[in-house]
Design a binder for this molecule. Sequence first.
Ligand code: AMP
Ligand code: TRP
Length: 339
Amino acid sequence: MSEAVHTPRVFSGIQPSGNLTLGNYLGALKRFAEAQENGIESIYCMVDLHAITVWQDPAKLANATRELCAGFIASGLDPKKSILFNQSQVPEHTQMAWIFNCVARMGWMQRMTQFKDKAGKNAQNASLGLFAYPALMAADILTYHATHVPVGEDQKQHIELTRDIAIKFNNDYGVEFFPVTAPVIEGAATRVMSLRDGSKKMSKSDPSDMSRINLTDDADTIAKKIRKAKTDPEPLPESVDGLEERPEARNLVNIYAALSDRTVAQVMDEMGGKPFSEFKPMLADLAVEKLAPISSEMSRLMQDPAEIDRILADGAQRARAIATPILQETYRIVGMVGA
Ligand code: AMP
Ligand code: TRP
């Protein structure tokens, strides 16, 4: 089915696998909050089933799921306007994932770079779930017939796989049922890099805490991490072109642009030629100004975990109301008696 005939619907997910980072905020959460404001139905999922593709301590997983929910709300998502829920509470995701395991080809899955990165040298010892992960992600998206998926750059390949699965399903069964979903990878910070190494993505799982800014970091920690961020000795260039070969400088400028809702060109007009000794404190002040309210709102929300659980349960119920008929129709198309 072409994209045009499906009602626009936004879906995205984040793993509750530890601290939220500035990368998650600028690449995902901040943009989710913006999408919510343009009136399109939006569904956001704490993907706990994805998280356990690598080992998670059960108590920590539960806490991380609640904290992630607090992070969504503190970043501006309104659980009344958007649907917020945790993946395991809507069983249609895993039911649909099985169907997609039978649509996706081994060769497609073997090309997934996130699997290769996460499995590392010891792929034989990785879980089967880690390998099948992108088929579950396709199920997350397509069980809602979502048409738009805001994500960071690192998820582009998974969205392309989701499109391939939708197209093959539609062809195999001679239907026009699943939409061909569009990735929405926009803004100045679709790939926030490590503060210690401009060639690596800022990540929750980096062993060095100095490589990232966590949404729960206090003002002093944020300022210290930015002050110590790796840079080259030159001042900022005069224009955007001069950032080309300077990944660390470019990363800090991108972060500044995204936090201040300006383009990189606008930031360079103001900051071009400044030494890092001047630019870094300005970036630190801006980061503290934007992130401190989020972190304090998260701590406030975390004081009432029962309320978070109620929000998640309500979201799961509303999500199921959309997912159940789509799964039933999928079963019917596939030929399951009783559906
Ligand atoms: P994850 O934490 O891997 O579940 O990622 C959740 C969302 O945050 C996805 O949309 C990612 O693309 C996005 N994301 C994670 N790290 C970064 C980063 N360093 N820069 C931009 N977006 C990111
Ligand atoms: N794979 C995504 C990540 O690691 C998380 C995710 C799971 C997701 N299901 C999704 C993102 C569906 C968007 C849509 O960041």
